[in-house]
Design a protein around this ligand. Structure first.
Ligand SMILES: *[C@@H]1O[C@H](CO)[C@@H](O)[C@H](O)[C@H]1NC(C)=O
Ligand SMILES: *[C@@H]1O[C@H](CO)[C@@H](O)[C@H](O)[C@H]1NC(C)=O
Ligand SMILES: *[C@@H]1O[C@H](CO)[C@@H](O)[C@H](O)[C@H]1NC(C)=O
Ligand SMILES: *[C@@H]1O[C@H](CO)[C@@H](O)[C@H](O)[C@H]1NC(C)=O
Ligand SMILES: *[C@@H]1O[C@H](CO)[C@@H](O)[C@H](O)[C@H]1NC(C)=O
Ligand SMILES: *[C@@H]1O[C@H](CO)[C@@H](O)[C@H](O)[C@H]1NC(C)=O
Ligand SMILES: *[C@@H]1O[C@H](CO)[C@@H](O)[C@H](O)[C@H]1NC(C)=O
Ligand SMILES: *[C@@H]1O[C@H](CO)[C@@H](O)[C@H](O)[C@H]1NC(C)=O
Ligand SMILES: *[C@@H]1O[C@H](CO)[C@@H](O)[C@H](O)[C@H]1NC(C)=O
Ligand SMILES: *[C@@H]1O[C@H](CO)[C@@H](O)[C@H](O)[C@H]1NC(C)=O
Ligand SMILES: *[C@@H]1O[C@H](CO)[C@@H](O)[C@H](O)[C@H]1NC(C)=O
Ligand SMILES: *[C@@H]1O[C@H](CO)[C@@H](O)[C@H](O)[C@H]1NC(C)=O
Length: 554
């Protein structure tokens, strides 16, 4: 009895809720008209051939609720447009954006005009509204990938409610536009990536007025190290991205010492050199990107061990030499460690066994030699990606045949590791997406058992080994890429391969010793876009079969 009562109450509640949902407001007429006006404006500036495909869901039918149109987000209580987004449009000229057309959307919070090719604004509406001021709720404005130059700053500076401003990939430049954007004091995110800003003297000496600024992206500009004293005033910053600029000299850490809230610092692709600075005082730093610096000389990395909060460290393509420092084991929070393309030698320190948070470890392209034991990784339960290769061709990865690590990898790369047998730990892996065992000395059967064990496997790279046999297991698998080129595989080409790997996009079986005809099942690989079987002894109907396979996807 009681239960029925409770159920009854719920039923009423559900009906009430449904009723409310049903009764939610559709878009208001003024905004529907304004959207259609915008559409006409877009059409008038589009390449003629795409007229029909400009905003096709924005239609003239008065019954159609504009809140359901593509790119429109409404507040369903008020029926007002709060989000506006255009995509995939092509213009025959670089148009100016008529800001008057945006005025009706007084409640809009998020406006995405990226990639539309605009090179300026104009506003010929009622005098006094010559600005973005009417959009008094605008918080997010994305003007990326247009052709805007500095002439739009006076307009932007009127959008004082903005919290996120994206201006990446435009034609802006000059000194940091602090004075130009001085009224945008609510900014939390400013993205200026991919312009031509430099380190000239900005209009104000400090960034302090942006007291909420947390993310600043200045990557891919023309900034040099003389901007640091200025950046050091943005004490609220959590993420600072300065990659691909014109910076050189010593790593600029002293200069950034006031940025105590910094969590991410990205200096990738500059010309910094010398030793890695002591970052102890940046106690909140979690991610440090120093990749592709240090062209000139070896750097020691021990100092990194002091950054106990580090979660991500990218030291790819620097000039790191010598053994991996034992003290790296103290970075208990570390999730991502990329040391690829350096000149490291020696072995994995036993201390790596304490990197209990590690998910991603890349040691590709280093100078490891001799026996290389993976034992320290045994208990790293979170490890998902492991990559290792040696430029010297003299490393020998050693794994005990009873080794049963506690991780389940999704990516494993062991290239140039002198493997003679497939490491037996791979037998215990069931979640692999990518396996690359290229350039080892593996022989015998192609390990198609990996497909059986790993239903999600997408890429299997086995090139440049000494495999001699290829047999498909009797399963159908969704593998996308298979490369067994430059081996020593003879006999007939696997007959059933097309039926069993129907989703294959890329297959390379060149430089083997296959004989006879290609199997007719190849025609079942309807998605195949790359096929190389050159340098074999195949004969007969080869080409008709291939062209059948390829023509079916056209
Ligand atoms: C909507 O309909 C009116 C009149 O039928 C027409 O003038 C206008 O061009 C149409 N607008 C769009 C966007 O199709
Ligand atoms: C939606 O509009 C109503 C009525 O104007 C307002 O009270 C509410 O705060 C708005 N909700 C959001 C998420 O903007
Ligand atoms: C800009 O938009 C306004 C409002 O729709 C309109 O009155 C004006 O004619 C437009 N200007 C141009 C040059 O299209
Ligand atoms: C704006 O749209 C583009 C796609 O056209 C998207 O990549 C970008 O993330 C969007 N911007 C924001 C702030 O969501
Ligand atoms: C900046 O853009 C405006 C508007 O498109 C244009 O008139 C002006 O010539 C441009 N200035 C420079 C320096 O390119
Ligand atoms: C940095 O750039 C500014 C302006 O772009 C220039 O005046 C200054 O000389 C440069 N400093 C160095 C150290 O290259
Ligand atoms: C760093 O590079 C500068 C030139 O960019 C050079 O003068 C300096 O000697 C280099 N320092 C080190 C430690 O290699
Ligand atoms: C780091 O912090 C310590 C104590 O908090 C301070 O004495 C030292 O000067 C700081 N170092 C730098 C380079 O700012
Ligand atoms: C590392 O290997 C590369 C390529 O084999 C070689 O040029 C370089 O000198 C080696 N570096 C060290 C420190 O042994
Ligand atoms: C892994 O954990 C087991 C059991 O806790 C322990 O006996 C073994 O020494 C650990 N191995 C490594 C390399 O830390
Ligand atoms: C093939 O692998 C061997 C090592 O097994 C290596 O020495 C050789 O350079 C590799 N060839 C290519 C083309 O990668
Ligand atoms: C080919 O690709 C399409 C689209 O990505 C996918 O739906 C299909 O399952 C794939 N496989 C075959 C055999 O068509």
């Amino acid at each position: 009895m009681e239960w029925k009562l409770i159920l009854g109450h719920y039923l009423i509640l559900v009906i009430l809720l449904l009723g409310q949902l049903h009764g939610c407001k559709s878009c208001i007429e003024k905004e529907r008209k304004a959207l259609l006006e915008l559409k006409n404006y877009m059409i008038s500036r589009s390449v003629e051939s795409v007229f029909g495909s400009v905003l096709p869901t924005w239609n003239n039918n008065t019954k159609s609720d504009c809140c359901g149109w593509k790119g429109i987000k409404c507040n369903h209580t008020s029926g007002r447009v709060i989000g506006l987004f255009f995509a995939d449009m092509y213009f025959n000229e670089s148009p100016l954006l008529n800001l008057s057309l945006l005025h009706p959307f007084e409640e809009v919070r998020s406006l995405n005009l990226s990639g539309l090719g605009y090179n300026g604004f104009f506003d010929d509406h009622i005098e006094g509204y010559k600005s973005l001021r009417r959009l008094r709720n605008l918080e997010i404005l994305d003007l990326s990938s247009n052709s805007f130059n500095n002439t739009i700053f006076p307009f932007l500076n009127t959008a004082t409610s903005l919290t996120s401003l994206f201006l990446r990939w435009n034609f802006m430049g000059g000194a940091f536009p602090i004075k130009e954007l001085k009224d945008l004091t609510n900014l939390e995110l400013l993205d200026l990536r991919g312009n031509s800003f430099n380190s000239g003297v900005p209009g104000y000496k400090s960034l302090k007025r942006f007291k909420n600024l947390e993310i600043l992206d200045l990557s891919s500009n023309r900034i040099n190290q003389s901007i640091f004293p200025f950046l050091n005033t943005a004490t609220s910053l959590k993420s600072l991205l300065l990659g691909w600029n014109f910076m050189y000299g010593a790593f600029p850490i002293i200069e950034l010492k006031n940025l105590a809230n910094l969590e991410l610092l990205d200096l990738i692709g500059n010309g910094f050199n010398g030793s890695i600075p002591d970052l102890k005082n940046l106690t909140n730093l979690e991610a440090l990107g120093l990749a592709e610096n240090n062209p000139n000389g070896p750097i020691p990395i021990e100092v990194i061990c002091e950054m106990k909060n580090l979660r991500e460290l990218d030291l790819r393509a620097n000039y790191v030499v010598g053994q991996l420092p034992h003290c790296l084991g103290s970075l208990k929070m570390l999730k991502v460690l990329d040391l690829s393309s350096n000149q490291l030698s020696g072995n994995l320190p036993s201390s790596f066994s304490s990197l209990e948070s590690l998910e991603y470890l890349s040691l590709l392209d280093n100078n490891f030699t001799g026996l290389f034991s993976l034992n320290p990784l045994t208990n790293l339960t979170k490890l998902k990606v492991f990559k290792l290769s040696s430029t010297t061709d003299m490393v020998q990865v050693e794994t005990d045949s009873n080794w049963q690590p506690k991780f389940q990898l999704s990516v494993v790369i062991l290239r140039f590791c002198n493997l003679e047998k497939i490491p037996s730990f791979l037998v215990y892996q069931n979640n692999l997406r990518l396996v690359d065992l290229s350039s080892n000395r593996l022989s015998g059967y192609i390990p198609t058992w990996l497909l059986v064990n790993n239903p999600e496997l997408e890429v299997l790279q086995l090139r440049n080994n000494s495999f001699t046999f290829f047999q498909m297991p009797t399963i159908v698998h969704n593998l996308l890429v298979l490369d067994f080129s430059a081996n020593n595989i003879g006999g007939l080409f696997p007959d059933n391969i097309g039926r069993q790997l129907p989703n294959l996009l890329h297959m390379n079986g060149s430089n083997n010793r296959f004989q006879g005809h290609l199997s007719s099942s190849m025609g079942e690989m309807k998605n195949l876009t790359f096929l190389d079987l050159s340098y074999n002894n195949l004969s007969g109907l080869l080409f008709t079969r291939i062209s059948k396979a390829l023509s079916q996807q056209i």
